[in-house]
Design a protein around this ligand. Structure first.
Ligand SMILES: Nc1nc2c(ncn2[C@@H]2O[C@H](COP(=O)(O)OP(=O)(O)OP(=O)(O)O)[C@@H](O)[C@H]2O)c(=O)[nH]1
Ligand SMILES: [Mg+2]
Length: 331
């Protein structure tokens, strides 16, 4: 299941209490205070992990706590510090403080780490309070409370290439052709209801990450269809591949469909509209004499790459082109 939002409560560990204790030893009368300090509570961190791509864990578990510090002990023993809690999230996760409505960190790279709650300091033991005036203090300091926060997590996938297009254009067929991803494919619109990621592998260990998102329709930027919710997942891709169905079953015009989707992207965000784009004409197997392709190409000044996601024709050229672009853009 793909989950791209989560709301949780996190708390750092409390500090351990200081200890009240007096030295008791044979032949040492009135041994004096020897209560040790409490340990520090563990901190809470978020860190990106490599093989994660969903926030599912946070739909299941809402409370996350780091370990408390242990209390101090007699004989001047310091209590053990509580272990830190490191919560793993997928790269591309934004960490918000819900109450402050504040973005704490955008964890957009693998291995990034951020501390969100500081563990409480341990309390001082009675030894620490002994002085010339009070040589036998009978009190110790309690540990300080660890910080807590309400956190909202939001995942924006970071794929290199994002597929956009109208429902039924063949996006899912394409990703299942060139990666191990197996999204559902069917001849009705909105087959894909959640983003799917696939690794496209080329020769010589070259690879890039492709994202398939639900089809877009007019009004997607306002929330029509399913598109709006998922447009943010392609906000971060380097390139978008715009897939056109060259033979739409509804009899619509491929070139007009292209402009409709472009409009939606522009209305959603300027950054999205300005992204490098590869235009693909899919289903050329249905156009054996090349008439539809020719008429599409005539309406376009931009280059259109003809493919068939079903027969595989043109796919190799497409993924080589995408690789070149990804390599250049990533540097
Ligand atoms: N003939 C032919 N049919 C294709 C080709 N590519 C996809 N199709 C068919 O088009 C239909 C839609 O394909 P999908 O891959 O599910 O389309 P999609 O763009 O993912 O659609 P949504 O998820 O609904 O947005 C399916 O029936 C596919 O078999 C192609 O190259 N040639
Ligand atoms: Mg699909």
């Amino acid at each position: 299941m793909f989950i791209d939002e989560g709301k949780i409560w996190v708390k750092a560990g409390d500090g351990g209490n200081g200890c009240v204790s007096f030295r008791h030893e044979k032949c040492v009368p009135k041994g004096g205070p020897d209560g040790g300090d409490g340990g520090k509570g563990g901190d809470v961190y978020f860190q990106t992990g490599e093989n994660l791509d969903t926030l599912l864990d946070f739909a299941v578990r809402h409370h996350w706590r780091a370990e408390d510090g242990r209390p101090g002990l007699g004989a001047n023993k310091h209590g053990a510090d509580g272990s830190d809690l490191v919560i793993k999230v997928p790269p591309g996760t934004l960490i918000y403080d819900t109450d402050l409505n504040l973005l704490l960190k955008d964890l957009n790279e693998v291995g990034m780490k951020v501390r969100v709650c500081l563990g409480g300091r341990g309390g001082k033991g009675n030894k620490a309070f002994a002085g010339p005036i009070n040589q036998t203090p009978r009190y110790a300091e309690p540990g300080k409370q660890g910080q807590e926060r309400n956190i909202r997590l939001e995942l924006k996938l970071i794929a290199d290439v994002g597929l956009v297009g109208m429902p039924n254009a063949g996006k899912s067929t394409l990703i299942s052709r060139c990666s191990a991803a197996r999204p559902k494919i069917a001849d009705y619109p909105f087959t894909t209801v959640e983003p799917v990621l696939g690794i496209v592998e080329l020769s010589d260990y070259r690879r890039f990450l492709m994202a398939d998102i639900p089809g877009l329709i007019e009004g997607a930027h306002r929330g029509a269809g399913l598109g709006h919710e998922f447009l943010r997942h392609i906000e971060r891709t380097h390139i978008i591949v715009h897939i056109l169905d060259i033979m739409p079953v509804d009899g619509s015009d491929a070139a007009e469909n292209y402009l409709r989707i472009r409009q939606e992207l522009a209305l959603y965000s300027k950054a999205l509209a300005e992204k490098d784009e590869v235009i693909v004409a899919n289903k050329i197997d249905l156009d054996p004499d090349g008439k539809a392709l020719k008429s599409l190409q005539e309406k376009f000044s931009k280059r259109v790459l003809p493919i068939s996601a079903v027969t595989g024709s043109g796919i190799k050229q497409l993924i080589e082109l995408l690789w070149q672009k990804v390599k250049t853009l990533k540097g």
